[in-house]
Write a protein that binds this ligand. Structure first.
Ligand SMILES: C[S@@+](CC[C@H](N)C(=O)[O-])C[C@H]1O[C@@H](n2cnc3c(N)ncnc32)[C@H](O)[C@@H]1O
Length: 483
């Protein structure tokens, strides 16, 4: 067999391995063997299809750049393999890609999302799609007449410490006038207009979303890091809003022409009634246990990765506009799946006594336990670049085990689950998230059909590469099936 990228040895220039890392590698190799040919490169997968990339030009998806999204094409291509329509679940719904793609194919879809931004985007899109001609007329009026420039009303922009000074002063003033002018509109029109504003916040601000945090442009006057950052053009408020409203009107075909078909190419030509979309607000750890057993025909999802990305920081501007306070933001961070160094351990058995099997599966994963011991030792020796990493990794896998147990419970027998996720690396230890979660899934009643690997590995952080050498990290779509 020709070796794949994943079999390639770490280059000889890499520093000598410590014995504990060698042990992790050994156990990793053993687990990889266990999955055998089910772990395989899938040339049909591309980075674009498992990310926002393939949807970024799609009508309606292009309104807001939800960087952590996957594409409509991914969802369509999976559901189409199932033939008959049914009910799909996404416990980490984000901006609603699964929900919208499924609904357009006639599937009913239920999503769970803890972050108010994601839920706002889903509701905003649903509202925009259902506006009446007279309501679209109001959007056109706002686009053309820009009533925020003449209003006497003004509403204060919600701010938190981490968003203070995010906009040039005249832009902040325009935002407050815009919010003030919304008062005269009907609830539905105001909601869609507010959505247009949310969709341009990053472009009109001094900030750029950057995974773990918000990057601040040097023009903001905020000091950040050692190298000054310049994000390039910052859009003037009027232009940004005019363009966004125009885009929204165009994508909703508000000029009265036939609706743009968003159906999968495979279904083009066929008409199908849209499926219902249900969106549940809160953490899936709280809400999955409330769903009926054996009730879903498929599950497509992408949880946060174990990569320290902090959604509450990157979406702070949008959250502040939606009225989330600094204190609420901290509570929200804790409620989310543990993937930041600030997350504290959740008392999972207190949440649900039925999760003891999930916690047992975590204990039984030798590879994971070895990694956790290693990270604990590195933390104790002060060698982790953040002492919260060990706790985050432990929290991530224990919480994911509980989510997987619940997904198994709510799926019908034989129903498939697709999950997009990335492997990670800390303190030189590559963490095969794909193998570990698949091991846990097997213990919890799933069959692992396939771990489909994206061609080309993902790089490591420059810190990891500098100290430990480069090792490609797999990005995968897991294909599990409820036994
Ligand atoms: C990778 S994104 C999903 C993106 C989605 N597939 C899309 O296309 O927009 C992960 C999502 O999980 C959400 N999330 C994190 N913890 C959660 C929890 N405990 N319950 C529900 N949603 C959660 C995050 O807010 C984020 O929107």
């Amino acid at each position: 067999m020709t070796p794949t990228l994943w079999d390639v040895e770490v280059p000889p220039t890499a520093p000598a391995l410590d014995l504990r890392l060698e042990e992790i590698q050994k156990q990793d190799a053993a687990l990889k063997m266990q999955f055998g040919s089910r772990l395989q490169d899938d040339p049909a997968l591309s980075r674009a299809i498992v990310s926002y990339g393939a949807s970024k030009a799609e009508p309606k998806c292009r309104w807001f750049k939800f960087r952590e999204a996957f594409s409509l094409a991914l969802v369509r291509s999976r559901l189409i393999t199932l033939g008959a329509r049914g009910h799909v679940l996404d416990p980490f719904a984000g901006s609603g890609t699964t929900l919208f793609a499924a609904s357009e194919m006639g599937w009913d879809a239920t999503g769970i999302e803890v972050l108010p931004v994601g839920r706002f985007l889903v509701r905003g899109r649903q509202t925009a799609e259902s506006l009446a001609p007279t309501e679209f007329e109001r959007l056109r009026f706002w686009r053309d007449e820009k009533p925020w420039n003449t209003t006497k009303l003004r509403a204060e922009l919600g701010e938190m410490r981490i968003t203070e000074g995010a906009y040039p002063p005249d832009t902040k003033c325009a935002i407050e006038n815009y919010l003030g002018a919304l008062v005269g509109e009907s609830e539905r029109v105001a909601f869609v207009l507010q959505m247009a504003l949310v969709c341009v916040l990053e472009a009109i601000s001094y900030t750029r979303k950057d995974g773990q945090y918000l990057r601040w442009d040097v023009r903001s006057g905020r000091r950040q890091g050692t190298r000054p950052f310049n994000k390039g053009a910052i859009l003037p408020f009027d232009r940004a809003l005019e363009e966004k409203l125009d885009q929204m009107l165009c994508d909703c075909n508000a000029d009265g022409s036939a609706q743009i078909s968003l159906l999968a190419p495979e279904s083009a030509g066929q008409t199908c009634a849209k499926g219902d979309i249900e969106l549940l607000a809160g953490s899936c750890l709280d809400l999955l246990p409330c769903l009926e057993s054996n009730s879903f025909d498929a599950l497509i999802t992408s949880p946060p990765y174990c990569n320290r990305y902090d959604y509450t920081r990157t979406y702070a501007l949008e959250l502040a506009l939606l009225g989330v306070s600094g204190v609420e933001l901290i509570a929200l961070r804790q409620e989310m799946l543990s993937c930041t160094v600030e997350n504290r351990a959740k008392d999972l058995l207190d949440l649900n006594a039925a999760w003891s099997a999930a916690l047992q599966a975590v204990e039984e994963c030798k590879l994971l336990q070895t990694i956790l011991v290693y990270l604990d030792e590195e933390r104790a020796a002060g060698r982790l670049n953040n002492s919260g990493i060990a706790r985050m990794v432990r929290g991530y896998f224990t919480e994911m085990a509980c989510v997987i147990a619940e997904c198994g419970r709510v799926l019908k027998p034989d129903a498939p689950l697709w999950m997009v996720n990335d492997n990670v690396r800390y303190a030189g230890a590559s963490i095969s998230v794909d193998l570990i979660l698949s091991f846990i899934a097997e213990k919890l009643g799933f069959e692992v059909d396939e771990i489909a690997v994206l061609p080309g590995g993902k790089g490591n952080s420059s810190q990891q590469m500098g100290v430990h050498g480069r090792e490609p990290l797999r990005k995968c779509v897991y294909v599990w099936r409820k036994q």
